[in-house]
Design a protein around this ligand. Sequence first.
Ligand code: CBY
Length: 430
Amino acid sequence: MRPSYLLPLAGLLLSSLIPGQLCKICEVSKENYSDLKPLLSTMVNSKYTRGIQAANILLSLKLVGIQNQSLEHQLTQWIQEDMERKGSNLTSGQLALIILAQKACKNTSEVFIRDVDLVKTLEEKFRAEIGNMEIHNGNPLTNYYQLSLDVLALCLFSGNYAVTEIVDHFAPDNKNYYLGGHFSVDTGAMAVLALTCVQRSIMSGKIEADEKDLNKINHYRESLVNKTLSEEKDGLFGNTYSTGEAMQALFVSSNYFENEQNCQKTLHTVLRNVSQGAFRMPIAAAQILPALMGKTYLDVNNHSACAHSPDFNISSDDPVSVTPTVSPSNITVNYYVQINETQPISVTVKNGSVFLDVMEAAQKKNRTLFCFTTVDSSWGPYVISVQGIQANNNDRTYWELLSNGKPLSQGAGSYVVKDGDNLGVRWAKY
Ligand code: CBY
């Protein structure tokens, strides 16, 4: 064949590959790696890393190619202890993250989690999520962020899943992409990563699907990417904490970052947030770092992408950037619980207190109206009940945290309150 015939053929092949393969990465340049040090020290020096946080950190460190045997060993041990503690209560997404972390850039000499077939267990947990949706009005046991993690882990590590089921459940108008009436960028981004993996598996012949389903998957990705892009503000997608995952989704499914200005704007805003200490939580640092170094969760079994180790020397005494200036004085804030009616109270707490301290102060003053309970989550305490009324995923109910009428983008354990704040918890549906 003459080259002139080959050209259109190659073009055809290329264009059919582009939707899944195109990777326009936007990453921090090597000269600026020192800007990432606060993230690494937060992850490495975190003393309270338990279970799922540890899985997030391990996954992130492996992806960016930081090899530290003793740290990996410690994190793996924490993950295993957490798995034992939680037993069958481990949620599907937690298990998916553990699988991703454990199997990422496989280091076969150090597998501490025993021979249990975790992928098989994940298949069962994924089935249970779908089963729950069938009984409870389309509501999964957990949420679509976790279902996306499930599909991602099953897809990357040869688990069984039905393409038709993915097509049925991951359509962009599914209510589960929305939390509190807003498109959840974290959820959409994770779904884009999962759908991209499925699409690549179909195109490479790893799994079978008919053309109609492949087209639908492509259409879903495109639509979810557009929704993500429409949540862009000052270079961030959704908010500070969803941007890392959104960047990953955009790397694998859009040409957004081909425009250098877009890339610089996002990096600039994220790095400014890093320097202001927005990523002081280990899980927050772990979720932003891969994107800043041009990696995505789809790279976990791409050895050439994740084996290369950048030249970081992280020492255990690198300071975590920000030391808040807290004077020892007290501040007074208003707090309320809103079910149908609003029950307000004014409380005095130490300067530098977090939302949870305010809730505790209110509870001390009036147990009947302000009693509450929390459960631990990887993002810190999650308020599960107030006045004995308990949040429930089957009903999509939760306790929403508000400050001056606006929903918080941080949890009760990390939002630092200010003098005169008007804080509240509202019984809401998402
Ligand atoms: N992770 C999960 O399963 C959580 C998925 C997630 C989309 C998550 C955000 C994103 C992430 N990266 O992990 C998520 N939140 C969900 C699904 C939910 C719902 C949980 C119930 C369910 N069906 O699973 C729900 C109830 C809608 C929810 N989040 C509530 C809240 C509020 C918690 C209030 C409380 N009662 O304690 C709160 C504080 C919002 C509010 N104003 O009330 C909230 N979430 C926040 C702020 C966040 C962000 C945390 C950021 C931070 N710095 O602390 C978040 C990253 C996250 C965790 N939620 Co939700 C989103 C963001 O702002 N970008 C997988 C598992 C394996 O770990």
